[in-house]
Design a protein around this ligand. Structure first.
Ligand SMILES: [Zn+2]
Length: 155
């Protein structure tokens, strides 16, 4: 549990020039906005069980947005079936929409993937993905909110 360790204080200096709107909320505000499962995963770096989430076997065209702040994160065109039971993508919708940092928990060195808008924990990225990037963004369904392409076009 890392609640409170870096609550809602993000200096602009630590992040280079970005057009991503920053969303800063307190832990209590996130608790009110999110479901308990979303809160556990996105704000406490949790992981949903494999094959349990809403999107691991989801194939509609559209955009996967941050469940916390709504920032578009992944396009369905980059989603692939990794067989892991988590939604997997080979690239983010825009490089500046995600942030990464080293994660040394659980006796492993992994690269954590976060929303650049609100620092939500999304999942991890691994170097065993398909072309063209060779990356596998392994993301929790609970960190995402899907927007179907049909809905976005009609807006
Ligand atoms: Zn976000």
């Amino acid at each position: 549990m890392v609640i409170g360790r870096r609550r809602s204080v993000v200096s602009s200096e630590s992040r280079p020039e970005r057009r991503v709107p920053r969303v800063v909320r307190t832990e209590e505000e996130w608790r009110r906005i999110l479901t308990p499962e979303q809160f556990r995963i996105t704000r406490c770096k949790g992981t949903e069980p494999a094959f349990s989430g809403a999107y691991w076997d989801h194939h509609e065209p559209g955009v996967y947005c941050c469940a916390c702040c709504g920032l578009p994160l992944f396009d369905s065109g980059t989603k692939f079936d990794s067989g892991t039971g988590w939604p997997s993508f080979f690239a983010p919708i825009a490089p500046e929409h995600i942030a990464t940092q080293e994660d040394r928990s659980w006796w492993m060195v992994r690269t954590e993937v976060l929303c650049a808008g609100c620092d939500a924990h999304l999942g991890h990225v691994f170097p065993d993905g398909p072309p063209p990037t060779g990356l596998r963004y392994c993301i929790n369904s609970a960190a995402l909110r899907f927007e179907p392409a049909s809905k976005r076009e009609s807006q």
